[in-house]
Design a protein around this ligand. Structure first.
Ligand code: 9MJ
Length: 675
């Protein structure tokens, strides 16, 4: 066969294989036996070996997985990936429907009812019909680039089908859905793992998450992952309803769950729930409930959002699983704000796919109401990803007299007095930041993912830092030196350097994250963003009176008093000053014109920069840019430091803008970023 004949045949084979993939994954109606499919694939592989220049990245042979990565790059979601509000009863669904009806001022509403898969949410970006990027949900705003791994999942098309002529795809679109591991694949994988003495997966959800987050795509390629799409984001090209959007996705070759139905009003939603609950055990995948979404997009827009969840959708979860176990003891944990939480220590018990050894007992009132005593047999409930809780005791199994549980009068960690605020259920340690537990918790909160996101600053390390007196407050973190850290338990040279780089990177947080990180009582992420947006600067928030603070949406008198009190406390002001002395500079929430000036730009960093690369990346992302690892035609700018090599040459060849570090610093200054 000569080259041009091979080219024709390669084209035919790819089209055939794609058609069979579509039959199999989207329509669930394979038309040829597996052996014949394998035969087509082998013929294609042989031709590609003979004529390597015919290989393209979209070829079905390329799903075997590329080179391992060193780490995942962060991806900022242009449109945040939402979470769903949960309902656990028919009544809550009726209440949801009532709110929708009232909000829309209509009598009936169409919903799309979908099974709720228990997997990993993913966003797929298609450009000109080709899979360009895949990202995990992460915290909803920023996820991880898992493109190489997603490419190995056969149910995710590398190229979209055209669909009907007048309903073809737009040049850019985003598809969201769930990557999951079908039960058959999960069991087969574990069977093999057992035989080979490797570790088994606890449940299909963990299996999907673990497989998708492999740094070596060749490993992901061997895992039996599948995918169902449940959302389309396509700007002006959106059809008027969610249901039609799902139909379009299917036409374009994306698998949509065949159980999806359009239903009307609450009664039909509940019918769908009952039907799925009855058939749950027969389904080839795990589901943990169902989802209802208002069908018309116009109506979705009218309803809008509450914090991070849409008002137009709700998940109805299947009842939690419950088991009985022995209550061995009750530990009292001290939280960031000094609140004491009783935690049940349990005889280990397997429930809902995981082994549970601890469960929350909420607070003393709850313990007394349920009459839970150490030594009792208790019912433990675990619902989805919610923290397990002790629901009740089994009174007939109590043996003899057991003492009632009481909260300690002194903090179990620092010995300070414990007080109970009038009218509140909570007991608090009065030690404040004198209490190591509170200090440890506030430092962990400061470093947590939704706050300053300092990777590598885990609980074991923070405990050591606080207990050895190396760190008293979050400001001390920035005074840590290499020699202090190397030699601590579990701190090698590499983890020390990583941590120092992470700390450096964390010095330019966006204002709302910093505000959240400070751990002001009652100031969660949403309130922190609202405050940052309203006041613009930390100084303005600090200077605001309670009467100014209540003007902010979401801020009531209680929050206002906590915020005000925080900035009156001299100890807190000292810490803020120390943070500034350490080089921490918050960034405005958005660019000067209320927009992100580098949105739509893709940057690549290469060579040695004067500032840590992670910090440059952070700054660019704060201005809206995407930062990726490799230069391609899609790259907007390459920032080239000293001794830049192949990436710089590639950028020159492709005619991409190249900036040196001085020009970069100038650009930052133009956009109001202070260093
Ligand atoms: C799952 N997990 O199956 C959504 N989901 O929609 C379905 N999740 C969702 N929809 C908006 N079917 C946010 C999450």
């Amino acid at each position: 066969m000569n080259r041009s004949e091979a080219e024709v045949r390669v084209g035919q084979l790819r089209a055939q294989i794609e058609r069979h993939d579509y039959q199999y994954y989207v329509l669930d109606e394979p038309t040829i036996p597996d052996a014949e499919y394998d035969h087509l694939m082998r013929e294609l592989q042989a031709l590609e070996r003979a004529f390597p220049e015919l290989v393209t990245s979209e070829s079905p042979t390329q799903r075997v997985g590329g080179e391992p990565l060193e780490g995942f790059t962060e991806v900022r979601h242009r449109t945040p990936m939402l979470s769903l509000a949960n309902a656990f009863s028919a009544e809550e669904i009726e209440q949801f429907h009532d709110r929708v009806i009232r909000g829309l001022e209509v009598e009936h509403v169409d919903y799309v009812a979908e099974p709720k898969l228990d997997g990993v949410a993913i966003a797929l970006h298609y450009r000109d019909g080709r899979l360009q990027q895949a990202a995990t949900r992460g915290d909803g705003n920023t996820g991880e680039d898992v493109t190489s791994n997603a490419r190995t999942i056969a149910a995710i098309p590398l190229r979209l089908k055209n669909g009907d002529a007048d309903r073809s795809w737009p040049a850019r679109l985003e598809v969201r859905g769930e990557v999951y591991m079908p039960l058959a694949g999960f069991e087969a994988y574990n069977e093999l793992a057992r035989r080979e003495g490797r570790k088994e997966f606890v449940n299909p959800r963990n299996a999907a998450a673990g497989s998708l987050r492999q740094l070596d795509p060749r490993l992901t390629a061997q895992r039996p992952l599948a995918f169902y799409a449940y959302a389309l984001l396509a700007g002006d090209a959106m059809p008027p309803s969610h249901y039609e959007a799902l139909r379009l996705l299917q036409e374009w070759g994306l698998p949509v769950n065949p159980e999806v139905r359009r239903v009307r009003d609450a009664a039909s939603c509940l019918g769908f729930y009952e039907d799925m609950a009855a058939r749950r055990a027969e389904l080839p995948y795990d589901i943990d409930g169902v989802v209802f979404k208002v069908d018309r997009l116009e109506q979705q827009e009218t309803l809008g959002f509450v914090s991070r969840a849409p008002r137009w959708a709700i998940a109805q979860k299947f009842p939690a699983q419950e088991v009985v176990t022995h209550l061995l003891g009750v530990d009292v944990q001290v939280g960031r704000t000094g609140a004491l939480t009783p935690v049940a220590r349990l005889e280990p018990v397997f429930v809902g796919g995981v082994t549970v050894t601890n469960a929350t007992l909420h607070n003393l009132d709850e313990i007394h109401r349920k009459d839970v005593r150490v030594g009792d047999w208790v019912v433990v409930r675990r619902a989805g990803d919610v923290i397990p809780e002790v629901v009740s005791v089994v009174p007939e199994r109590r043996e003899g007299e057991l003492p009632e549980f009481e909260m300690p009068a002194a903090c179990p960690v620092c010995g300070s007095a414990v007080e109970r605020v009038e009218g509140e259920a909570v007991f608090r340690c009065t030690g404040g930041l004198f209490c190591p537990a509170q200090r440890i918790r506030s430092i962990l909160h400061f470093a947590s993912r939704k706050a300053l996101d300092i990777e590598g600053l885990g609980e074991k390390l923070v405990v050591q830092l606080v207990e050895t007196g190396m760190v008293h407050s979050v400001a001390d973190l920035y005074r840590l030196e290499r020699d202090d850290l190397v030699g601590l338990e579990r701190m090698g040279e590499k983890s020390t350097d990583n941590l120092l780089a992470q700390l450096e990177r964390s010095k330019t947080p966006v204002l709302d994250r910093l505000l959240y990180a400070l751990g002001i009582r009652e100031v969660g992420e949403v309130t922190a963003t609202a405050l940052a947006r309203h006041f613009g600067t930390l100084e303005a928030i600090g200077a605001a009176g309670e009467e100014d603070l209540v003007d902010v949406p979401d801020v009531g008198p209680v929050v206002a008093s906590h915020v005000h009190a925080f900035f009156q406390e001299s100890h807190n002001l000292e810490i803020l000053e120390q943070l500034q002395d350490a080089g921490l500079r918050w960034q405005p929430l958005e660019g000067p014109e209320g927009e992100q000036p580098l949105a739509d730009q893709t940057w690549v960093l290469t060579g040695a920069l004067g500032m840590p690369r992670a910090r440059a990346k952070n700054l660019l992302e704060a201005l809206g840019a995407r930062v990726t690892g490799s230069v391609s035609a899609r790259t907007t700018v390459v920032l080239a430091g000293a001794e830049a090599g192949s990436k710089l040459r590639k950028a020159e060849k492709l005619g991409i803008d190249i900036l040196d570090e001085d020009a970069f610093l100038e650009l930052l200054e133009q956009h109001g970023v202070s260093l």
